[in-house]
Design a protein around this ligand. Structure first.
Ligand SMILES: Nc1nc2c(ncn2[C@@H]2O[C@H](COP(=O)(O)OP(=O)(O)O)[C@@H](O)[C@H]2O)c(=O)[nH]1
Ligand SMILES: [Mg+2]
Ligand SMILES: [Zn+2]
Length: 306
């Protein structure tokens, strides 16, 4: 933003708020949305990217500034980046539809591997299945992941109040299975926005009412720069790009036992004198978490290295 009287800048700094193929929408900080396109054929620009734009309609993305962190997702062919420069990952769960705790665990691994703070949102606290879900999440709470229990539908004001200190001054992303209430939550936090939310009764239709792309929303009434990203409810988190050492770091209960196994390069599968397996047997490490570790480890051992 140039002050009155200064020479117009050749480029302007902005943040990507939406991406559709090679076409993007950027926010230069004044709330005005700019249409822009990427240079060249490859368009590795994602929501949350800080960019330098050359003015025009569409504006041209001259440069993508170095990312603080990135999140990846997998499709049938490859792993790709879908968001960057996050401060907080809110992993949203609910008693309905049937909770997918493996997805929650994988999202938490992705966050910690990239040094993004994470918390678990237990939405739809008005539903009777919430107590059972809360009990299933205890192993994650014991690892230090905060559980934020709320009901966007039954108590939106309380939900706003609870989330305020978490969201203020940060760029936060909502992640979770389809139908847990992510878009409903964005609607509750961004007055005037009417995002399409999915009726459970619509779940069997073509899916056209659901969120199809990641999108960044500035949060009015919060500190400047505060933003919330909504995402489609995808099933697969890209974790294959992790190294073995990053994976160990990404599970706090394994990280805490680093150096305690007999072999310094222990993979915690078969090796004798394994402190991790001992802890699983003693009940100090949750069995489902260990199973998640083994399946992610197998995936990254199987993944072609580029
Ligand atoms: N009972 C209940 N339903 C909710 C709550 N929040 C959202 N829903 C419903 O859950 C369904 C899916 O919501 P949506 O925001 O589209 O989920 P998304 O796929 O995660 O974006 C909708 O029918 C919402 O009305 C809540 O706090 N309680
Ligand atoms: Mg949605
Ligand atoms: Zn071990």
């Amino acid at each position: 933003m140039s002050a009155a009287g200064t020479k117009p800048q050749a480029t302007i700094a902005a943040r990507i708020v939406a991406a559709h193929g090679r076409h993007f929408i950027a926010d230069a900080g004044d709330g005005v949305e700019l249409r822009c396109v990427a240079r060249g054929r490859r368009a590795d620009v994602v929501c949350g990217d800080q960019v330098l734009l050359r003015r025009g309609d569409p504006a041209l993305i001259e440069q993508v500034l170095p990312r603080r962190n990135t999140l990846w997702r997998e499709d049938a062919w490859r792993v790709k980046v879908f968001a960057a420069n996050l401060d907080l990952l809110l992993v949203v769960t609910a008693a309905e539809p049937s909770p997918n705790l493996e997805l929650v665990g994988r999202a938490l691994i992705a966050a910690r591997a990239e040094d993004i703070a994470a918390a678990i949102v237990v939405n739809k606290a008005d539903l009777p299945g919430t107590a059972a879900l809360r009990a299933r999440l205890q192993p994650l709470a014991a690892l230090g992941y905060p559980l934020l229990e709320l009901s966007v539908r039954a108590a939106p004001e309380q939900a706003r109040a609870l989330l305020h200190s978490w969201l203020d001054g940060r760029t936060s992303m909502l992640i979770g299975a389809s139908g847990v209430g992510k878009s409903t939550l964005v609607n509750a936090l961004v007055p005037g926005l009417q995002l399409r939310t999915q009726d459970i009764s619509d779940a069997l239709d073509s899916g056209r009412h659901t969120t199809t792309a990641t999108r960044l929303y500035p949060l009015p009434g919060f500190a400047p720069g505060s933003a919330l990203l909504d995402s489609p409810g995808f099933q697969a988190f890209g974790l294959n790009q992790l190294s073995f050492s990053q994976l160990q770091h990404a599970l706090p209960e394994l990280d805490a036992r680093r150096g305690q196994c007999r072999f310094h390069n222990c993979t915690h599968r078969q090796e004798p004198g394994c402190a991790v397996r001992d802890a699983v047997q003693a009940g100090a490490i949750d069995g489902e978490r260990y199973a998640l570790y083994l399946s992610v480890l197998q995936e990254l051992l199987d993944a072609p290295r580029n």
